[in-house]
Each structure stands twice: as structure tokens, then as C-alpha cells.
Design a protein around this ligand. Sequence first.
Ligand SMILES: Cc1cc2nc3c(=O)[nH]c(=O)nc-3n(C[C@H](O)[C@H](O)[C@H](O)COP(=O)(O)OP(=O)(O)OC[C@H]3O[C@@H](n4cnc5c(N)ncnc54)[C@H](O)[C@@H]3O)c2cc1C
Length: 448
Amino acid sequence: MNDAAAKREAGGAVALETETTGVPGGVPGTNADVVIVGAGSAGIAAARRLLANGLSVVVLEARSRIGGRTLTRRFRGHPLDLGAHWLHAGPINPLVRLGRERREPLRRAPVEGHVFVRGRPGSRAQGAALDRAFAMADRAMTQAAKGREDQPAAKALPPMGPQGRRVAAIHGLVSGRPLGEVSLHDFPSMEYADNLFIAGGLGAYVERLARGLPVRLGTAVHAIDWSGQGVRVESSAGTLHGRAAIVTAPMAVLQREAIRFVPALPDACREAIHGFTEGVYEHVVLHWPGSPFRGADRLASLTGGRREPPGLLTCIDDTPFHFFELDQPGAAGFDRRDPHAPFRFAREVLAEHFGHRAIRDLTVMHATAWRHDPWSRASWAVVPPGLHPIRDMLKAPVGERIWFAGEALSRAQWGTAGGAWEEGERAAAEVLGQLAPRNGASGSRAGG
Ligand SMILES: Cc1cc2nc3c(=O)[nH]c(=O)nc-3n(C[C@H](O)[C@H](O)[C@H](O)COP(=O)(O)OP(=O)(O)OC[C@H]3O[C@@H](n4cnc5c(N)ncnc54)[C@H](O)[C@@H]3O)c2cc1C
């Protein structure tokens, strides 16, 4: 559905009301057919699909902006993503498919990266050795994941010396936790090949996709009562009634009981929610015109130093901006009361590799802190060893009227905006299957 269509569909949108008034054309006694909690990728995808299929929706969003863990902000006039930036797994990513349909400015991410050894460009052989170590690790993990018993993903890595430590550090970064804390059965299910970027930022793109949707900002949901018919959703802006709810709040937020369910959720559902651990991945935004990096959007591996950053994305969009990435152990080392600690850390590590003269024109512009944000509490949800069924466990609806959606439920695209989108669409399709026949709309029309 294009933006014009979304607007048209949203013409019948309901405004949040503090009393039960009924939706024109909807079921008497409800404010909307479906109440969606959260206006991130999953919530937006669900709202678009439901509206396109004739159901009324209202999206309640705690923050004063749309997009959740996607967010584009301007730095010195240039748009930069402070949350998701990569469109991973192009061939299966629904945001790529939709982007192509809408003729969005997508570009392929380069495959080649930089390898620096003690601040100097590494040889071709050093780059090839790292590539081989990645290939060996991937083969070993894929093979070991076929075993019946789950185990920490780190245990499947063959001994590979310093290259192995580098591979483990990078996989740990993209997992959100060190590989010793990640389920081997879950980890290799993620597709990472064929990545893309979008000009103007992924956050801005997701925000465009929400245009015209009935989103109520600054509205935190604190309870969902499903004891009677449908759902009764209590929020900071009043109470709403719906026939069903789709909850896309992050797992780490649900674990803190930010939303009370009445009656309590079934045990299996609670266990699944509480099974996840918090994945941490943070961007430190650098402006560094004199950096030694050439070519746009390349990952750089800095090796041979006492400290090696697990991720560095250089010359973003061919600008002097770079992301110095923080992994969970790195971020955990900082004192929360000192917001400049990541700034100093990035400078120290880069000075260690390239020398103090080389970083004279480096400015650290910003460091994200999604792990401390009350509406995310983490960058994404991680499955610990032994708990790999929890993503699927959460897909079962509760009382045939509450569905969970979001990145945590996606198996092939966990921890991504594309995975969240896919799960929002899945939940919406199931809600349509449940509610649409009585409305006269057909679930088979679902297509967004
Ligand atoms: C630094 C960083 C880098 C990342 N990099 C990438 C990347 O390169 N590529 C990629 O694909 N993914 C990346 N991700 C992950 C990606 O951002 C997320 O997986 C995805 O955006 C999650 O979407 P979601 O809809 O599941 O959740 P969210 O986007 O978190 O949306 C949930 C929404 O619910 C709202 N909410 C929470 N509680 C309540 C409540 N009680 N009431 C009302 N509203 C509530 C929140 O405010 C939020 O807007 C990154 C994440 C981070 C933090």
C-alpha cells in the first residue's frame, strides 16, 4: 500500500476516546477493532495491513515520536540513524521489497571492508585470513546447530587463534551478547547476506511508512484487561476498548511489567517473555574528516591493538561520519552517570591505533543509550542457550484476542527492523483471520 492509500485507509481512523463510543462501521462498544501497542516497525506494519483490509485500528505509542528503535536524526545537516541502519538480508527483508515497490533510494552495502593492523592498512593476505576465519566459524556453527542439544554458540567455534577472537567479537556484537550467552540453535537462523542501505536513513523511511496512520503519540499503555469480551486497554490518555490487541512493546519492557495483563498471561507466554536476555548494541557517532578510511559505507576491522573495537562503519553515505559500535561487554563497563564515557573510550581506542595526531580533527558527536531508554531497555532480545523455542512460543495468541509481535518473534530476521515488520504483518494476518469474517473483509486480501 502506498502512502496515499494508507492515508485513504486511515480516513476512517479513530481518535482516542476516554469512553466507549463505538467506531463508525465497527462493532458497537469498541473504539477500534484492533488496538496496537507501539508504533515501531512491527506496529506500523500491523496497522497498515489491518487498515488495508477494512478493520479499524488505533496505535498507542508511549514516546512522542514514531519509529521505536529506528530513528534518524540530523548531525551537521546530514541524516544519521541512531537505531537500525542496515537493511539486512535483502532477498527476504519485507522493508526492501516494499522499498523497491515504492522506488525508495536503496543502495547495496559494499561487501569489501578495511583491515587495519596497528593503524596501518593490512595486506591482502591478512584480509583473506579474516574472511577464511569467518567462513570456518559459520560452517562450524551451522553444522553444530544441527545437533539435538542446544549449547552456547561460542562452544561451536573451532580454535582459530587471533582471527577466531576477532570473529567471536564481531558475532558477539551483532548478537547483542557474547557468544557464550547466545543459543547455538537460535544464532545461525539469522540471514545476514545481501545487505542494503537507504538514503536519508532507515528511521526516516519507517516514519514515511507510518504517514496517515492513526497513531496516538505520548500514550503509554499500562494495563490490558482481557477478562471480558475483547480487550480493555488502559493508557496514560484513558481507556480504550478493542476486539483484539497487538502488543509490540520490546521484551525487556514487558519483562519489567510495564504492561499489566488482567488476568495474568498464561505461564508459557510469561516464561517466553522472561526467557530473553537484553541485547546491547550502541552507536558512538564520530565526525572525522581526516580519517584514514576511503570508500563509502565500509566496515573496518582494527586489529593488533590492546583494544579492538568490535565494529566500525566508516564514511557513512560517503560523508565524514562513522559509527564506532559498542558491544554489550563494552557498554556494560561504562558508568551510567557519565554520558561522556563512551566519547572518551572511542577517542582512546582510535588514538591507540592511529596515534593522537591522526585524531586531531575527530569530534565525537553522540553516543546512544538504548539500554537505558525506558521504552526499549535494550537494542534487541537475545535467546540464551537452551531457550531457542521461545520466539515461536510467543506467536500463539492469548485468549484469541492478544497477539505479540516485534523483532523478538522473528526467527530468520531476529533483532532487525525487517524481522519486526514481518512479525507485525504475521500478527495482523492472524487477527484478520480471527476478526475479518464477521466484518465481511477477507483475510486472503491481506497484502498491505
Ligand atoms: C543501535 C541499534 C542498531 C540497530 N541496528 C540495526 C540494523 O542495522 N538493522 C536492523 O534491521 N535492525 C537494527 N536494530 C534493531 C532494530 O532497530 C529493531 O529490531 C526494530 O526496530 C524493532 O522493532 P519493533 O517494532 O519490534 O520494536 P520497537 O521499534 O522498539 O517498537 C516498539 C514500540 O513500542 C513502544 N512502547 C513500548 N512500551 C509501550 C507501552 N507500554 N505503551 C505504548 N507504547 C510502548 C516503544 O516506544 C516503541 O516505539 C538496531 C537497534 C539498535 C538499538
